[in-house]
Design a protein around this ligand. Structure first.
Ligand SMILES: NC(=O)c1ccc[n+]([C@@H]2O[C@H](COP(=O)([O-])OP(=O)(O)OC[C@H]3O[C@@H](n4cnc5c(N)ncnc54)[C@H](O)[C@@H]3O)[C@@H](O)[C@H]2O)c1
Length: 275
């Protein structure tokens, strides 16, 4: 992942960003992009070891240390489960004590993960276990909602803030398998629109990105990939993490100052329906 070239970032000087699930994958690339723009950034993950799961970094603390070494970047690391309300409150308290009031919240943590780890199996509409369905909803939709509830009231008071939630193409079209994951992502996208409506009087923007298949370390390690989709000038390929991070940076930036309640599909045009 570190071999990817980060684009010139937007200006985030003076901003404080919390990126959930940023010990690895897309979240980590978003952290690097926001740091490049001058933000102080909180790395977050469910435990110390999450960055090591697919070989991206030995630990969250080690990742924070290596990012801090780059040109005076202000980084802190915090651990907690976004599906537990007490954890979300503690995460925000710790981040704001270390870096100051949060102005950018990126709800990146999530995934199609069963209650006991791995993918739910079965993973279709009629047979997924209730335990796995609940775990997937909690890890994605409920977790995103709880993080918004922990951060957004402060943004409202300060009349300043940008929230970027994570959907997926699976939340826009009928899919099988990964049905409940698609439902959880669709719920996140609709929650985004509803919260954006409620935040209009308060000057807090709430948007979402929906990535297409993207070559994070987890993605590469957990599925059979099509070599023809890996690279090239064509848009008929997988996204690179840096391309998703660029879209998040735009939505977080002042250049998107009047963009609210929108979902940006970042999939190279793989899906081209209206809405
Ligand atoms: N990579 C893709 O192809 C793709 C496509 C569409 C959407 N997405 C979405 O993008 C986001 C990032 O995906 P990724 O590919 O980087 O995956 P990833 O598994 O590498 O990163 C997800 C991170 O979220 C953390 N996390 C999961 N559950 C958590 C919880 N309950 N509390 C705290 N942290 C938790 C994980 O530990 C991990 O670090 C996810 O929301 C995913 O659903 C990814």
């Amino acid at each position: 992942m570190s071999s990817q070239v980060l684009p010139q970032s937007f200006n985030f000087e003076g901003q404080v960003a919390l990126v959930t699930g940023s010990g690895r994958g897309l979240g980590r690339m978003i952290v690097e992009t926001l740091l490049k723009g001058g933000a102080a950034v909180a790395l977050h993950d469910i435990n110390e070891e999450a960055p090591a799961a697919f070989g991206e970094s030995p630990s969250l603390t080690a990742l924070a240390a290596s990012l801090s070494e780059r040109g005076g970047a202000k980084v802190t690391a915090v651990i907690g489960d976004i599906s537990k309300e007490d954890d979300t409150k503690a995460i925000v308290k710790k981040v704001e004590a270390a870096l100051g009031p949060i102005t950018i919240l990126v709800n990146c943590a999530g995934g199609d993960i069963a209650a006991k780890g791995g993918k739910p199996n079965p993973n279709d509409a009629l047979n997924i276990s209730l335990e796995d369905a609940t775990a997937v909803m909690n890890r994605n939709f409920i977790g995103t909602m709880l993080m918004c509830r922990a951060v957004v009231p402060g943004m409202m008071q300060r009349r300043r803030g940008a929230v970027i939630n994570f959907g997926s193409l699976n939340g826009h079209v009928g899919v099988s398998p990964e049905v409940v994951y698609g439902c959880a992502k669709a719920a996140i996208l609709h929650y985004t629109r509803c919260l954006a409506l409620e935040m209009r009087p308060h000057g807090v923007r709430v948007n979402a990105v929906s990535p297409g298949p993207t070559t994070t370390a987890r993605f590469l390690a957990t599925r059979t990939t099509d070599p023809a989709m890996m690279d090239g000038v064509s848009l008929e390929r997988y996204a690179k993490p840096v391309e998703i991070a660029g879209a998040v940076a735009f939505l977080a930036s002042d250049q998107a100052g009047f963009v609210n309640g929108q979902v940006l599909r970042v999939d190279g045009g793989m899906t081209l329906f209206a809405g």
